[in-house]
Design a protein around this ligand. Structure first.
Ligand code: NAD
Length: 345
């Protein structure tokens, strides 16, 4: 019997790639998405890759009645909770909207899980909880730093809500995966990152610039204390990240105790500068990227990359794909969407 996994935000960037891997690993993904930051074409992409049409509920994670219907209709084994707003800048302008969506959304989901006896939860957290770490690579034991945006705060609060619920004795087994910088796309180019409007992340900016959709790329800051002066990030291929979720579910299934909370970094363990990322893109695509060096962007941390040992020990997972692999796949995806009327521009 296939195990049903509810994937909130399943039509989004990471959720769609995880959906593919869940299917390949014998799970039945059940999607819930309000399509506030996703395009329906994702569902066609999922069908193209898997040959399947997965149950997909169009609706909000804040909708108690809808969650009740999903949990009563399908026997859900576990939940992967991606549904969240994620634009750091927007969260500064609209904090209440972020707290409502990301924090109230999580609470609504947890209440529905508790009342339907669903105990396993994988939560999308972020390396933003570390701020600028004092030591690198950053381990899970490193202190959390005060969040520098409401978005980042929703991830910290989210982790605390789950931990407190576990401590209260509720039957809940949960792992918060702290993602570093997810990039790339499915190698088929049938799904990928589809930012609506101006992207917040580097790689869609790179690919849109290379595709001629943007005139020039600005690199924010070249006077950081890094080898070439630009910020350092731990870029992780979204397919590797997807695998980590499957491993996480498998790990939760093995737990003897009913109450469990843990946090695990999901990164490669290697840092790359922004200029190295650009060079990787230029190398694998043979395209020259027009870019200028601009001022630092407020709120950006200088460097962060993961200590990846805990993921290896606990989840038996490590990243296999390279920055070059991710750039190649991101470019194939960009070429596909630029050539279709589904371009986000
Ligand atoms: P995404 O925006 O592509 O996916 C999120 C999906 O959730 C979207 O499809 C959106 O329509 C949906 N959604 C949002 N609010 C909803 C709600 N209230 N009800 C139902 N659906 C809702 O983002 P992503 O990059 O796939 O990120 C997934 C998760 O990972 C998020 O929680 C994000 O904060 C976290 N995360 C992402 C990154 C990153 O760089 N992409 C890094 C760290 C953590």
């Amino acid at each position: 019997m296939q195990k049903n996994i509810l994937v909130t935000g399943g039509a989004g960037y990471i959720g769609s790639h995880v959906t593919v891997r869940l299917h390949e690993e014998g799970f039945q993904p059940i999607l819930l998405d309000n399509f506030s930051n996703a395009n329906k074409s994702v569902l066609e992409g999922l069908k193209k890759i898997t040959g399947k049409v997965f149950p997909c509920y169009e609706g909000d994670v804040l909708d108690e009645a809808l969650l009740g219907k999903i949990f009563s209709t399908h026997q859900i084994q576990g939940v992967i909770h991606f549904a969240a707003k994620k634009a750091v800048g927007e969260s500064v302008e609209k904090p209440l909207s972020y707290y409502k969506n990301n924090v109230s959304g999580l609470i609504t989901l947890l209440e529905a899980m508790m009342s339907h006896g669903v105990a396993q939860l994988v939560f999308s957290s972020s390396c933003t909880v570390y701020g600028q770490p004092d030591e690198l690579p950053v381990t899970e034991g490193s202190p959390k730093k005060p969040a520098n945006s409401p978005y980042g705060n929703t991830k910290q609060i989210g982790e605390e809500i789950i931990e407190d619920t576990v401590k209260s004795g509720q039957r809940l087994q949960s792992i918060a995966l702290r993602y570093f910088n997810p990039i790339g796309a499915h190698p088929s180019a049938a799904i990928g990152e589809l930012p609506l409007g101006t992207p917040n992340n580097l790689v869609p900016f790179i690919t849109q610039t290379a595709a001629g959709l943007r005139k020039e790329l600005t690199v924010f800051g070249n006077d950081y204390h890094t080898p070439d002066g630009t910020c350092i990030r731990d870029y992780i291929h979204v397919m590797d990240l997807a695998d980590a979720h499957v491993q996480c579910l498998k790990h939760l299934e093995t737990l003897a105790e009913n109450h469990h909370f843990d946090v695990i970094n999901v990164g490669t363990g290697n840092g790359s500068t922004v200029l190295e990322a650009i060079q990787s893109f230029e190398k694998v695509t043979g395209k020259k990227l027009p870019y200028t060096l601009g001022l630092r962007r407020p709120g950006d941390v200088e460097k962060v990359y993961a200590a990846a040992e805990k993921a290896k020990e606990v989840l038996h997972w490590q990243a296999h794909l390279t920055l070059d692999d991710a750039m190649r796949d991101a470019w194939h995806w960009q070429q596909k969407i630029s050539g279709s009327d589904k371009s986000p521009m």
